[in-house]
Structure formats: structure tokens, C-alpha cells
Design a protein around this ligand. Structure first.
Ligand code: ADP
Length: 275
């Protein structure tokens, strides 16, 4: 498959090194009268080695975009590339393998196995895949996340912040092409949340990783290099070098237009958009 045309309106600048890309990406849930168009012909490019935040009102399509870019969800139309590979052409089996080897995930819930200690949790996906972690890389990840003295602890013996750092280390362990984080600070107190965001920043700055983070928190988005704003399944704006104040201001403009209240949590979505 040839490289896609570089005509993205949002995301990485033309000529930038691209970690993931979507072209005319649409995703509908259901069909007919009740169909919901969660993504509406999205064009976006995610720059490699950068930290990108995705913001927007509840129901605007943030999670769907993340899932489609990560190959966790099928698309209705359009194309998605992870690196040079067009993942929208892959079989389920090829996709599972690509995801396993090239994508790391950090979710709001830490999803650690309670019977395993931190070290075992960190390497579990690689153990399952029969891959040996690169010891030097793993050491760097563990030290960057300051988990060295917690490796023998089980999740129940760790604070929420420490558990999320273990989940981050697990996502980083295989040195993936891309790390997707979906509201990673959602279950953390503000201090642990701030620490986690600083670690994601370090993963980008010191370890050269690419991070895409979905968040509704302007303070969290301010840690990114670039914020993409979604509304009604479309990317409607972007902000390089964001500050919390500027992001909040931008969200206020959207909330005036859409009637939703940004930053109010992910619980109450606005009425689903009918197609
Ligand atoms: P966000 O992450 O911004 O809150 P989502 O991507 O979760 O938004 O949802 C976008 C739209 O798609 C919403 O209208 C939502 O109700 C709808 N949607 C998401 N997942 C499903 C699903 N599995 N089935 C039906 N509709 C869905």
C-alpha cells in the first residue's frame, strides 16, 4: 500500500514523522434510523515522539477515535495507518499481533492482576506473547517511573498512583510504536494524577515515545505538545503548546455552541447524534 497523501487538516505538520494516521475515518454504531455517527470523515496525523491530547465534550467521539486508531475497533469507512501499515486492511489475527507488538494502552482502570507483583504485571503481556523484554529498556522504564523499590509489591500493596505507574510501565515495556491513554488520571487524586502526567511527558521527552491521551481535563491536556479538539465526531480545532487556561477557554466556546459542559466528567453524554 502506498503512503497516504499528506493532506491532513489537523495533527502533525506536513513532512513530520508520523506514528499513526487516519484518512476520511468514519465510524457508525448501529444502522438505519438508530445509527449514530461517532466519527465523521476524520483526517488526522499523529506525530512520532510527541504527546498529543484529544479533548471534546462527552459523546464527541474521543474514545471511538482512540479505539479506531489503535485497531481496537473496526471502522465503517476510511483508512487508518499505524506507522507504515494500513491497519484497516488487516485481518483480525494480523491486527491482534500488530497491536500486541506496537501499541501500549493505559486505561482509567489500572487492570493489574492482583495475584502478580508489579514486576510480573509489567512484563505479563510480553510473557504471554512469548517475547523477552529488552532488559536495558525495561530498567530505564522502571527507573523513569520510579518503581524500582516497588517491583515485589502486589497491586493491593500499592497506592492508586503507583498502580497506574505500573500500568504505564506495562504499556511501555515492549517499547511500542504508540501509547494510547484513555483518561489515565481519571481514578487518581490530583497529586498522583500530576505525577502520572509528568511521567507520560518524560516517556516522550526522555524515552522518545509517542503518546495519545484522551482527556476531559484542561490541566491534563496542558502537558501535551498538541491538543486536538473533537465535536460531533469531527476534529474541529487544534492547539499547539497548550496551557490549561487556553484549553479551558476553547472548551467554553464549544460548550456555548453544543450545550454540553466540558470538564464535567464522562458520565452524562449529550443525546446521541442521529445519522
Ligand atoms: P467520547 O469518548 O467523546 O465521550 P465516544 O467515542 O464514547 O465519545 O462516543 C461517540 C458517540 O458514539 C456517542 O454518541 C456515543 O453514544 C456513541 N457510541 C459509542 N460507543 C457506542 C456503542 N458501542 N454503541 C452505540 N453507540 C456508541
Amino acid at each position: 500500500m502506498s503512503t497516504p497523501a499528506a493532506q491532513q487538516a489537523f495533527g502533525a505538520a506536513e513532512g513530520a514523522d508520523i506514528a499513526a494516521r487516519a484518512s476520511s475515518l468514519s465510524k457508525a454504531y448501529g444502522s438505519g434510523e438508530t445509527a449514530v455517527l461517532a466519527l465523521d470523515a476524520v483526517d488526522v496525523a499523529i506525530a512520532r515522539g510527541r504527546f498529543t491530547a484529544v479533548m471534546g465534550p462527552s459523546g464527541s467521539g474521543k474514545s471511538t477515535l482512540m479505539h479506531c486508531l489503535a485497531g481496537l475497533d473496526s471502522v465503517s469507512s476510511g483508512q487508518v495507518w499505524l506507522g507504515e501499515t494500513e491497519i484497516t486492511r488487516l485481518s483480525e489475527r494480523e491486527l491482534t499481533r500488530l497491536r500486541r507488538d506496537h501499541v501500549g494502552f493505559v486505561f482509567q482502570s489500572f487492570n493489574l492482576l492482583p495475584t502478580l507483583n508489579a514486576a510480573e504485571n509489567i512484563t505479563l503481556p510480553m510473557d504471554i506473547a512469548g517475547r523477552k523484554p529488552d532488559a536495558a529498556w525495561l530498567d530505564r522504564v522502571i527507573d523513569t517511573l520510579r518503581l524500582r523499590d516497588r517491583l515485589g509489591h502486589r497491586p493491593a500493596q500499592l497506592s492508586g498512583g503507583q498502580q497506574q505507574r505500573v500500568a504505564c510501565a506495562r504499556a511501555l515495556a515492549s517499547r511500542p510504536e504508540l501509547i494510547f491513554a484513555d483518561e489515565p488520571t481519571g481514578n487518581l487524586d490530583s497529586r498522583s494524577g500530576l505525577e502520572l502526567l509528568e511521567f507520560l511527558r518524560e516517556a516522550v521527552d526522555q524515552l522518545g515515545q509517542t503518546v495519545v491521551m484522551v482527556t476531559h481535563d484542561p490541566g491534563a491536556a496542558a502537558h501535551a505538545d498538541l491538543v486536538l479538539f473533537l465535536a460531533d465526531g469531527r476534529i474541529v480545532d487544534e492547539m499547539p503548546r497548550p496551557t490549561a487556561e487556553a484549553v479551558l477557554e476553547r472548551m467554553r466556546v464549544f460548550s456555548g455552541a453544543s450545550g454540553d459542559i466540558p470538564g464535567s466528567g464522562s458520565g452524562s453524554g449529550r443525546a446521541a447524534r442521529k445519522n
